[in-house]
Design a protein around this ligand. Structure first.
Ligand SMILES: NC(=O)c1ccc[n+]([C@@H]2O[C@H](COP(=O)([O-])OP(=O)(O)OC[C@H]3O[C@@H](n4cnc5c(N)ncnc54)[C@H](OP(=O)(O)O)[C@@H]3O)[C@@H](O)[C@H]2O)c1
Length: 284
């Protein structure tokens, strides 16, 4: 039996649809906090179980009989995220799960500049400490984060972001889901490995502006925003302080190169070339 936490999210749903192409739905357990989000699966043999990351007892119950777990990282940040992810790991141990596939970030570490990198490191370590076999997907940034970074530049071409010359090896979320389904259906071939999951190339914000010119015909330019101006803008937009800290850490992490690595591991898992960024930008 294979279970997925965060199954109602973008990556979770994409992975479910890939798994259903490979396995009987009766072999799958979707763990969600809001089952209505998986209405479309009503009537299928897939089990939909309700458990919040805050509720360890419910997680243990939901994981009963599960051998392989796709643990999708928490969508919150800081100590709350670290606690939620630790709850999932402890529940998996209590339920007798054997293998955890965990969606980490490209450069996790106790001193990672990106705050999520610290959470992911703590969770990777907890998974190892509990003695599970594991596969870590150290994901670079999704293509799908680009609209969040560049905002109205999709229309007017003007990118304002404190990214310096930092590069990002953007990767398609659909490609990640397909590769997760490969690993989840053959976990024995992927024991105790950390995969760096990236696109074929890394792009700076200057490069993104060039793509907006070539793919969308926009009169595009990148304006490297000073960090204090960025913080002031986020504050003006009413963002809570913890989210500002998280968002600023992401920009600092990009400037420092924590998202710049490129690896061919994803291509090997997919046994085909990865989706390219220019087509994604063209379709924005
Ligand atoms: N690499 C990247 O570029 C990137 C970008 C964004 C996020 N991420 C990370 O990758 C993960 C997956 O990405 P995604 O695009 O699928 O994110 P997403 O669409 O936001 O999905 C997050 C999932 O987590 C669930 N969730 C949130 N809080 C929960 C809680 N307290 N208890 C149980 N479930 C909870 C959500 O449930 P609901 O459907 O009920 O909200 C949803 O199913 C994210 O959670 C985040 O850690 C990576």
């Amino acid at each position: 039996m294979i279970a997925i936490t965060g199954a109602s999210g973008h990556l979770g749903q994409l992975t479910l649809s890939r798994l259903i192409e490979k396995l009987p739905a009766g072999n799958l357990v979707a763990i969600v906090r809001n089952p209505e989000k998986l209405e479309g699966y009503k009537g299928s043999d897939m089990a939909i179980k309700t458990a919040d990351y805050e509720d360890t007892a419910a997680l243990v119950k939901a994981l009963d009989g599960v051998e392989t777990l796709l643990q999708i990282s928490s969508s919150t940040s800081g100590a709350v995220a670290t606690q939620q992810e630790s709850n999932v790991v402890r529940a998996a141990a209590a339920a007798g799960v054997r293998h955890i596939v965990y969606t980490s970030t490209l450069s996790p570490g106790p001193d990672a500049i990106f705050l999520a990198g610290q959470t992911c490191m703590a969770t990777e370590q907890a998974i190892k400490n509990h003695g599970f076999t594991f596969t870590f997907f150290r994901n670079s940034m999704y293509f799908e984060t680009i609209p969040l970074f560049i905002g109205s530049a999709v229309k007017d071409g003007q990118i304002y972001y404190p990214g310096g010359n930092g590069k990002i090896s953007f990767v398609s979320r659909e490609d990640i889901a397909e590769a997760l389904a490969v690993v989840l259906t053959e976990p024995d071939r992927h024991h105790d490995v950390e995969y760096r999951v990236t696109g074929e190339e890394a792009f700076s914000f200057e490069d993104l502006a060039t793509l907006l010119k070539s793919e969308k015909g926009l009169n595009a330019a990148y304006h490297d925003l000073p960090e204090d101006a960025f913080v002031a803008e986020l504050g003006k937009a009413g963002m809570p302080q913890d989210e500002i800290d998280f968002t600023v850490s992401m920009a600092a992490s990009i400037r420092a190169g924590e998202f710049a690595a490129v690896d061919d591991q994803l291509e090997k898992l997919l046994e085909r070339r990865r989706r390219g960024l220019s087509m994604y930008i063209e379709e924005l």
